[in-house]
Design a protein around this ligand. Structure first.
Ligand SMILES: O=C(O)c1ccc[n+]([C@@H]2O[C@H](COP(=O)([O-])O)[C@@H](O)[C@H]2O)c1
Ligand SMILES: Cc1cc2nc[nH]c2cc1C
Length: 349
């Protein structure tokens, strides 16, 4: 499968930067909000920026690796949390309500599917992946199908008017899958990629590390699709498809925590031009989160020690996007406000 991502046209950068610099503030004084406004202005390519119908898609799936008990929770909790999202009771629901974000849940491959009547978006690739410590988590055909599913659901929401896509996930043991993917995709030492996920014990952590190390020792092809087939999760594959699908339609994507960031890394390896459409919501507590952000050269908006997933961090970052849009659209320039223009001296602070 190939994604054709239009490279972000950066020719307008000097004009946009000048507009930001002429606002009534010392140059650069709004820090990362300025970088964010520049990115959004390049993507939207219009003089008044907008945020219409932001949507959070939570992709949920189960993981065969949890046969080894690598999480604080049994795999059934994935489906139980899906029901919780559908009932409006999870943290992600609260933050979406607070910030005017619509939330949808995708069954990318949970153990026991829920009925259509629950409102879940049915895109299951199977009832959980195979245990990747024993062999490939899924087939290349499932990777392809997952990329198509993810692209399709992103496209549907964008066609319906969403101009900011937030991505989250739910999958017991998916930090094991994400850690293995990160190590395989970067050649970083496994120790840098593996963390405690939901908060596992020392004993579980040692087993998690050993199983991932063992899995990474078997021979496998190093292209992103093969890496996904080897160690991926059904939700992670669909996240890659959604990221690439949104970038194809030139829409910004707000990336949540560790697992979604690993999906973003693989998406960037498949189509490097998608990187310019990505906004990273936060840096969390999971060990590998820092490593994947570094590999992506990503600056983040929030640093709150989150490690929940579900898109909770992405939902929390939306007010900062609104703030970037509001200052870019409405903040007075020196000329508008009759304020003497101040120039940067280059003096150190
Ligand atoms: O997004 C993160 O940074 C993050 C870090 C740790 C855990 N999680 C969530 O916790 C689950 C995975 O943790 P674990 O211990 O079951 O591998 C999964 O449902 C994720 O949404 C999420
Ligand atoms: C309760 C619970 C809620 C979650 N939300 C995302 N991952 C989760 C993992 C657990 C265990």
């Amino acid at each position: 499968m190939s994604f054709v991502i239009p490279a972000l046209d950066k020719t307008a950068t000097p004009v946009i930067q000048q507009r930001i610099n002429l606002k009534t503030k010392p140059a650069g004084a709004l820090g990362l909000l300025e970088t964010l406004a520049l990115q959004l202005a390049l993507i939207q390519s219009k003089s008044r920026l907008s945020l219409n119908k932001p949507v959070l898609l939570i992709f949920a799936a189960d993981h065969g690796i949890n046969n080894h008990g690598l999480s604080i929770a049994p795999s059934e909790v994935t489906q139980q949390m899906v029901s919780n999202f559908l009932a409006g009771g999870a943290a992600a629901n609260c933050f979406c309500r607070t910030n005017g974000i619509e939330l949808f849940v995708v069954d990318a491959g949970i153990l026991k599917p829920l009925p259509d009547a629950t409102g879940v978006i049915q895109q299951s690739l199977g009832c959980g992946t195979a245990d990747f410590s024993q062999g490939p988590a899924m087939s290349l055909a499932q990777v392809e199908a997952g990329l198509t599913f993810g692209r399709h659901v992103a496209n549907q929401h964008i066609v319906a008017g969403c101009d900011l896509l937030l991505l989250g996930e739910m999958g017991i043991a998916n930090t094991s899958s994400a850690a293995a993917l990160l190590a395989a995709a970067t050649d970083l030492p496994v120790e840098t990629c593996v963390g405690r996920g939901t908060g596992i014990s020392d004993e579980q952590f040692q087993l998690k590390l050993a199983l991932i190390k063992q899995a990474l020792q078997r021979p496998y092809a190093k292209d992103p699709q093969s890496i996904l087939a080897e160690f991926g999760g059904f939700e992670i594959v669909q996240l890659c498809g959604a990221i690439l699908g949104a970038a194809e339609m030139q829409k910004p994507v707000l990336i949540d925590g560790f697992i979604v960031s690993v999906a973003a890394l693989l998406a960037c390896q498949m189509a490097p031009d998608c990187r310019d459409y990505l906004i990273f919501a936060h840096k969390g507590a999971e060990a590998g989160h820092k490593a994947v952000l570094k590999a992506l050269d990503a600056a983040v908006l929030l640093d709150l020690g989150l490690r929940l997933g579900e898109g909770s961090g992405a939902a929390l970052a939306v007010p900062l996007l609104k703030a970037a849009i509001s200052f870019y659209n409405d903040m007075a320039s020196f000329a508008d406000a009759g304020v003497t223009q101040v120039a940067e001296t280059g003096a150190s602070q």
